[in-house]
Write a protein that binds this ligand. Structure first.
Ligand SMILES: *[C@@H]1O[C@H](CO)[C@@H](O)[C@H](O)[C@H]1NC(C)=O
Ligand SMILES: *[C@@H]1O[C@H](CO)[C@@H](O)[C@H](O)[C@H]1NC(C)=O
Length: 300
C-alpha cells in the first residue's frame, strides 16, 4: 500500500501543527493589548492604555506613555495623579502652576470644549500677579472676563500670600483673583496672557480645611461623564468583572472585551477561568503531544 506512509505523514503534520498552536496559545497568555494599570494607577473604563482601549471619546484625551497616565488638552500635557472611579473625578497636576513652595510663570490652563470633562466644584483657581490696571478681570465693565470671588478670594489670596514663595513676588494681595467655582466661560480657557496675570495656582481639598493651606492640594479636579445618561455600560461592567479590559474595534468602534490571554470577545472573559484552571493540564498536555509526536516520528 503506497498511500499508507502519506496518511502517517499527514497525521504527524497534524500533531506538529497542534503542538505549534499550543505553544502559540501559551505565548498569548501575556499579550493583552489593553492593560488594567498604567504605572501605579489602575486604568478602567472609560480610560484606556492605548488605541482600541477604553472608550474612543476618551482615548485621545487620556493616554499612557512610559507608564505615566497623562491628560491632554490644547494647552498641554498634564500628569494624572489619581482617579476617583466611584465619584468620576480625575486629579491632575500642571507642572507650570505655582504652589505654596514655588511660584513660576505660566501661560494658563484650558480644557477642550468638545472633551467630556468639566471642572469639579471643589477646584479653585487663584490667578496671581495680575496687573490690576490693565487686566480685564479688574475692570468693572469687564464683560467677557471672569469675575473674581471677593469673599473666598480674600481668604485664599491672603493665605497664599503668606506662603514664602508667593510673598517673594512682592505683589499686593489685591493682584490675586480667585474663581470658585471655576467657570472659565464657554471656551473653558484661562489665558493668563490675555488676563495680564503672571501665574496661577489650582487648588482642591478645601472641604473643612479652608484655613490650613498645608492641607490644600495643588492641581485640578475634573469630572467626567460616561455618556449622555452617564450610565456605566453593562457589557463593560460584565467584562471587567470577568477580568477583562474594555476596548473597542471594528469600523463602528464597537465594544470589545480584551481578555488576559489577548483574545477579544464581544461579551466577557469567563471562558478564561475554565481555561486557566486547566492550564496545568494544557502545559502537561503539550509534553504529552510532544512525546506522542516523537513516538510517531520513530515509527515512521
Ligand atoms: C484586540 O483588541 C485590541 C483593541 O482594539 C487590538 O489592539 C488587538 O489587536 C485585538 N487583538 C486581537 C487578538 O484581535
Ligand atoms: C490564571 O490565574 C492566575 C492566578 O490565579 C492569574 O495570575 C492569571 O492572570 C490567570 N490567567 C488568565 C489567562 O486568566
Amino acid at each position: 500500500m503506497s498511500h499508507n506512509p502519506n496518511i502517517r505523514l499527514s497525521f504527524a503534520t497534524k500533531l506538529v501543527t497542534t503542538s505549534i498552536i499550543i505553544i502559540i496559545s501559551s505565548t498569548f497568555t501575556t499579550s493583552q493589548t489593553c492593560k488594567p494599570t498604567c504605572g501605579t494607577l489602575p486604568v478602567r473604563y472609560p480610560f484606556g492604555t492605548g488605541l482600541g482601549c477604553g472608550d474612543p471619546r476618551f482615548q485621545t484625551r487620556v493616554t499612557c506613555n512610559n507608564q505615566h497616565l497623562t491628560f491632554i488638552t490644547h494647552t498641554g500635557c498634564y500628569p494624572i495623579t489619581a482617579i476617583d472611579y466611584p465619584n468620576q473625578i480625575i486629579y491632575i497636576t500642571d507642572p507650570s502652576m505655582s504652589t505654596c513652595g514655588c511660584t513660576q510663570p505660566s501661560k494658563g490652563f484650558g480644557l477642550d470644549w468638545d472633551a467630556p470633562f468639566t471642572f469639579h466644584d471643589n477646584t479653585v483657581f487663584a490667578l496671581l500677579n495680575c496687573d490690576t490696571s490693565s487686566s480685564p478681570i479688574f475692570k468693572s465693565d469687564g464683560r467677557n472676563a471672569p469675575v473674581c470671588d471677593p469673599v473666598s478670594g480674600t481668604r485664599v489670596c491672603g493665605i497664599l500670600n503668606s506662603c514664602q514663595a508667593v510673598s517673594r513676588l512682592t505683589t499686593p494681595v489685591s493682584s490675586c483673583c480667585v474663581y470658585a467655582p471655576v467657570d472659565l466661560g464657554p471656551s473653558f480657557e484661562m489665558d493668563l496672557g490675555k488676563l495680564n496675570c503672571g501665574s496661577y495656582s489650582g487648588l482642591y481639598g478645601f472641604d473643612g480645611h479652608a484655613d490650613n493651606p498645608e492641607s490644600w492640594k495643588y492641581g485640578v479636579a475634573l469630572k467626567y461623564k460616561f455618556n449622555f445618561n452617564n450610565e456605566y455600560p453593562t457589557m463593560c461592567a460584565d467584562c471587567e468583572r470577568s477580568g477583562g479590559v474594555c476596548g473597542y474595534g471594528g469600523p463602528y468602534s464597537s465594544f470589545l472585551c480584551n481578555c488576559r490571554s489577548g483574545i477579544n470577545t464581544t461579551t466577557n472573559c469567563l471562558f478564561e477561568a475554565t481555561w486557566n484552571s486547566s492550564s496545568r493540564f494544557v502545559h502537561g498536555g503539550f509534553w504529552i503531544y510532544a512525546l506522542t509526536w516523537l513516538v510517531i516520528w520513530m515509527m515512521l
